[in-house]
Design a binder for this molecule. Structure first.
Ligand SMILES: C[C@H]1O[C@H](OP(=O)(O)OP(=O)(O)OC[C@H]2O[C@@H](n3cnc4c(=O)[nH]c(N)nc43)[C@H](O)[C@@H]2O)[C@@H](O)[C@@H](O)C1=O
Length: 317
């Protein structure tokens, strides 16, 4: 069986590649010319890399004609919410047009590939306190350009399923973290700051943004397992939440990370980290996905935090 992972050099892509290779699946990944290989270098002997800009429709079609994958995990995206306010047009173009090119290539080549589209809990946006844990049927009230781009990806998936009968599975994945998480995202950013302080590279001050926000975090290793199971068990055209069902305030993320550190650290708000609008609470109901696949998250929140801090300690060693 052949799998294609778009955005393989990223955080989720590298973990998914490891997981699929472990199952004996042939893996090819797309990357951009300037992408760093540091997360996947250890996998290179066992998989193929394809330099392909998803903005280039012809390049995408050529690549798909070469690979003809059975499974396509579409992960490539501009995924940092704050950047979507700075560069809304770029976020829209990357996330939406890249996917159009991919699905068009599947259509034009008449491929029977199963496609998983990594959509996001950000699509729910503003959620009322009495709507949590949110189900897939919750209204979508996006409050960032990123969220709007993900809704477009989500509904494009539905449209290509309905119009052309493509085997498209959409997942709305809630926050996920773990080793290799990009340093701009909350838990990884805090873990890196702590590791730098421990090493004496920074004064003992942890800079934070909105600590009142509440999020549902799943370990990335559980998420990639879910993506693989989705391909075998989920129904085409359907949408599934992937979440832990547990709510954590951002101040709790700080408390847990600090409890693993031996140094005294003070916390300071950095106003540049606050957003024009921030989703207050996101907690997911993953019962639809559980019923379809039997998947449950296995790695405890505290374990992920420990692994993340140790990841940064090793990176700085
Ligand atoms: C599901 C969804 O998950 C992610 O989006 P996100 O929720 O925006 O993730 P984040 O880690 O940037 O922020 C989480 C929360 O934490 C607050 N927060 C406080 N202080 C800092 C801080 O210092 N840095 C950051 N980044 N956030 C902070 C921040 O204001 C927000 O309320 C992406 O993977 C996205 O692609 C996706 O799809």
């Amino acid at each position: 069986m052949k799998a294609l992972i778009t955005g393989i050099t990223g955080f989720v892509g590298s973990h998914l590649a490891e997981h699929l290779l472990g199952e004996g699946i042939e893996v090819t990944g797309t990357m951009r010319s300037h992408s760093s290989l540091r997360h996947i270098r250890h996998l290179l002997p066992d998989m193929c890399l394809y330099e392909c800009e998803l903005m280039d429709a012809q390049a995408v079609e050529r690549m798909m004609a070469d690979i003809r994958p059975d499974l396509i995990f579409h992960l490539a995206a501009q995924s940092f919410v704050p950047l979507s306010w700075e560069s809304p047009a770029e976020t829209m173009t990357n996330n939406i047009v890249g996917q159009v090119h991919l699905l068009e290539a599947v259509r034009k080549l008449g491929l029977a590939s199963k496609v998983l589209i990594a959509c996001s809990s950000e699509e729910y946006g503003h959620v009322e306190e009495d709507e949590v844990p949110v189900k897939e049927t919750n209204p979508l009230r996006p409050i960032s350009p990123y969220a709007v781009s993900k809704i477009a990806q989500d509904y494009l998936g539905y449209q290509y399923f309905k119009t052309y009968g493509q085997h498209i599975i959409r997942t709305r994945t809630f926050n996920h973290h773990g080793p290799r998480r990009g340093e701009q995202f909350v838990s990884s950013n805090f873990a890196k700051q702590i590791a730098e302080i421990e090493k004496g590279l920074k004064p003992p001050v942890l800079y934070v943004g909105n600590v009142d926000a509440k999020r549902d975090f799943t370990d990335v290793r559980d998420v990639v397992r879910a993506y693989r199971m989705a391909m075998d068990n989920c129904e085409a055209g359907e949408i599934y939440n992937i979440a832990s069902g547990q709510c954590h305030e951002i101040r709790e993320v700080i408390r847990i990370l600090l409890s693993y550190s031996t140094v005294d650290i003070t916390i300071e708000e950095d106003k540049t980290r606050l957003r024009p609008s921030d989703v207050k609470v996101l907690v997911g109901d993953y019962s639809k996905f559980y019923e379809q696949t039997g998947w449950k998250p296995e790695i405890p929140f505290e374990q992920t935090m420990k692994d993340l801090l140790n990841y940064w300690r090793n990176e700085l060693a």
